[in-house]
Design a protein around this ligand. Structure first.
Ligand SMILES: Cc1cc2nc3c(=O)[nH]c(=O)nc-3n(C[C@H](O)[C@H](O)[C@H](O)COP(=O)(O)OP(=O)(O)OC[C@H]3O[C@@H](n4cnc5c(N)ncnc54)[C@H](O)[C@@H]3O)c2cc1C
Length: 241
């Protein structure tokens, strides 16, 4: 077998078929860069398909495309998760379905079930080892996200906590009193879900970058569940932060 038969060759290799990777793929295609491959170790929108039941985007999706205003959760400005899913508050599986629809609409060159294992820089290109063979690429866009690489060993004893990426359904968690560590998107979503189920919640945050963990901030962060609903949930007496 000659060397050229042993690997695929492309100008741009995008690693990760989440919103970042697919958004770059669409933008490159629109800029005339059709010579590209998108690989994902799982499937399109895998992170969102793994979200706990009930977890929703915190930024509201608005039915505003008809008025020329971009849906803030769109990865391609001409599309709208709100219009596609008929909701302003997309949940994980719905958003993954929206991403899949964008892939089909633009015929994006996605290869699912292909995990990148190693990248080697050669003189004028990258040699990428994947679970399904080698790819030679002029450029690599690394968009592999955080969800599948959770920081679940950050401090001694962290193994006693359940990382939010491991929760399938908030309603199946046993107990009435919960302490949530982390006051950003996942933590706020967890607080909303638990408080809405009548649980007592304490949220601890070291102050995520650019945010002060105050009730006011949490209300703003939780806008995706509508301000009224968030305010109602988080000002209940069983929520502390
Ligand atoms: C509760 C919550 C609410 C949120 N609300 C919003 C919101 O309203 N608006 C917003 O914009 N953002 C929101 N976010 C953040 C948003 O979900 C993330 O920023 C986004 O998913 C990151 O996208 P990504 O493409 O970088 O990564 P991901 O979506 O994690 O995609 C990464 C992909 O890379 C693949 N991958 C990983 N390793 C490899 C490998 N070695 N080889 C091949 N493939 C690999 C994975 O399978 C995965 O499909 C929210 C997050 C949470 C948790």
């Amino acid at each position: 077998m000659t060397e050229t038969a042993q690997f695929e060759q492309t100008k741009v290799l995008i690693v990760g078929a989440g919103p970042a990777g697919l958004g770059v793929s669409v933008a490159l295609k629109q800029a005339g860069v059709g010579d590209q491959i998108v690989v994902d170790s799982r499937e399109v929108g895998a992170a969102f398909r793994s979200w706990p039941k009930g977890m929703a985007l915190l930024t509201p999706s608005f039915f505003s495309n008809a008025f020329g205003l971009t849906d803030l959760n769109a990865i391609d400005p001409i599309t709208s998760p709100a219009d596609f899913l008929k909701t302003q508050h997309p949940q994980g599986v719905g958003y993954a379905n929206y991403l899949q629809a964008v892939v089909q609409h633009h015929s994006l060159p996605v290869q699912s079930g292909v995990a990148v294992i190693a990248v080697k820089k050669e003189s004028s290109a990258f040699r990428v080892t994947t679970s399904k063979g080698s790819i030679k690429a002029d450029y690599i866009v690394w968009a592999a996200g955080q969800f599948f690489h959770p920081r679940d060993r950050d401090f001694p004893g962290a193994e006693h906590a359940v990382h939010s990426s491991k929760v399938e359904d908030w309603s199946k968690l046993e107990g009435d009193n919960f302490t949530i560590i982390g006051g950003y998107e996942s933590g706020v979503d967890a607080a909303l879900n638990l408080v809405n189920r009548g649980k007592s919640v304490r949220l601890i945050s070291r102050g995520e970058r650019g945010h002060q963990t105050t009730l006011t901030h949490l209300n703003h962060s939780a806008l995706g569940h509508s301000t009224a609903c968030a305010r109602c949930s988080l000002t209940q007496k069983n929520f502390h932060c």
